[in-house]
Design a protein around this ligand. Structure first.
Ligand SMILES: [Zn+2]
Length: 260
C-alpha cells in the first residue's frame, strides 16, 4: 500500500492517523496503519497539527470549553493579573480541583491592598492566522476523503494515483506552492449544546462534510466549536464557496439538505 501523501511504500508503517487530532476529541475518524506512512504521520503531528492546536484561538477555545488532550490535559491560558503581571491559569479535566493559577512573586504586593484580585484572560476569538490553519485543513481534507473510501481499497488507491489531488497533497505534506486560503465564519455559538434523543445534552466539538458544487468544485467543510472552516480540494481559491453560499441562503453545507 502506498502512502496517501508521499506515495512511498507504507506497508510496514504502524501509526494510526487521526483525521482530526485526538486533542479535539476525535477517537472515531481514523485511518488504519499503512494509509499514511510513519514518516508523514510524525511530520504532520509536529509541523501541521501542533501549530494548529497551539494557535491562540484554538488554545482559548480548548481552555474555555475545557476540552482535554489525549493525556487529559487542558492547555493553560496566559493572562494578566493586576495592571500588567503575567499569570498562567490551569484547568483540570479530572478530579475535584477546578484549576490552579500560577502568579509571579511580585503579585503578592497587590494582594494586601484591595483583597480582591482581577485576572484578565483572553476570550475565545474567531480570529485565525491562515498560516496556522491552512495546511492542517489540506491534510484533514485529503484524509477525510480517504476515510470515506476505507471499505473500498481500490478507492483509497485511486486517491493516491489521482493527479488532480497532487497540489493539495504536496501542499499539506511539503508546504509546496502558495498559501491556500480558508473561508471561515461562525455558524453557531461555541458553547451551544444539543439535546440527543436520549435526553442527554452534548456539545459538538467538531463535525465535517464535503460539498460538491454544480460547477465541479469540491470543498471540505470542518466546524470546530461552531467555527466553520472551508478549503477547496482542487486549488488555492475559495471564492466559489462564497458564490455557493450566496446561492444557498448562507446555509452551512453541514446542514444543507439534511434534517437537522
Ligand atoms: Zn508518507
Amino acid at each position: 500500500m502506498l502512502c496517501l501523501f508521499c506515495k512511498k511504500d507504507a506497508q510496514g508503517s504502524r501509526s494510526v492517523e487521526h483525521v482530526v487530532p485526538e486533542s479535539l476529541g476525535n477517537t472515531t475518524m481514523t485511518l488504519p496503519a499503512g494509509t499514511v506512512c510513519d514518516a508523514c504521520n510524525n511530520y504532520f503531528a509536529v509541523k501541521v497539527e501542533k501549530p494548529f492546536l497551539e494557535s491562540p484561538s484554538i488554545v482559548a477555545l480548548r481552555f474555555h470549553q475545557a476540552i482535554p488532550s489525549k493525556k487529559r490535559r487542558i492547555p493553560p491560558l496566559e493572562g494578566a493579573f493586576g495592571p500588567d503581571l503575567p499569570v498562567t491559569v490551569y484547568r483540570h479535566a479530572d478530579g475535584p480541583l477546578g484549576g490552579v493559577i500560577s502568579v509571579p512573586w511580585e503579585a503578592m504586593s497587590y494582594l494586601p491592598n484591595g483583597g480582591k484580585a482581577v485576572i484578565n484572560l483572553p476570550a475565545a476569538s474567531d480570529e485565525w492566522r491562515v498560516e496556522e490553519v491552512s495546511r492542517f485543513m489540506a491534510k484533514a481534507a485529503l484524509e477525510s476523503l480517504a476515510a470515506r473510501l476505507l471499505d473500498n481499497p481500490v478507492g483509497v488507491h485511486s486517491l493516491v494515483a489521482d493527479a488532480q489531488l497532487d497540489p493539495i497533497r504536496d501542499y499539506a505534506r511539503y508546504g509546496k506552492g502558495k498559501l491556500w486560503p480558508i473561508h471561515s465564519r461562525r455558524i453557531y455559538e461555541a458553547d451551544k449544546s444539543w439535546v440527543l434523543s436520549t435526553g442527554e445534552t452534548v456539545q459538538r466539538v467538531w463535525e465535517s462534510d464535503f460539498l460538491h458544487t454544480s460547477r465541479g468544485e469540491v470543498y471540505y467543510v470542518l466546524a470546530v466549536f461552531g467555527l466553520e472552516l472551508v478549503i477547496n480540494l482542487l486549488g488555492p481559491v475559495v471564492q466559489g464557496y462564497q458564490t455557493w453560499l450566496a446561492e444557498n441562503r448562507g446555509m452551512s453545507p453541514l446542514y444543507h439538505g439534511k434534517n437537522a
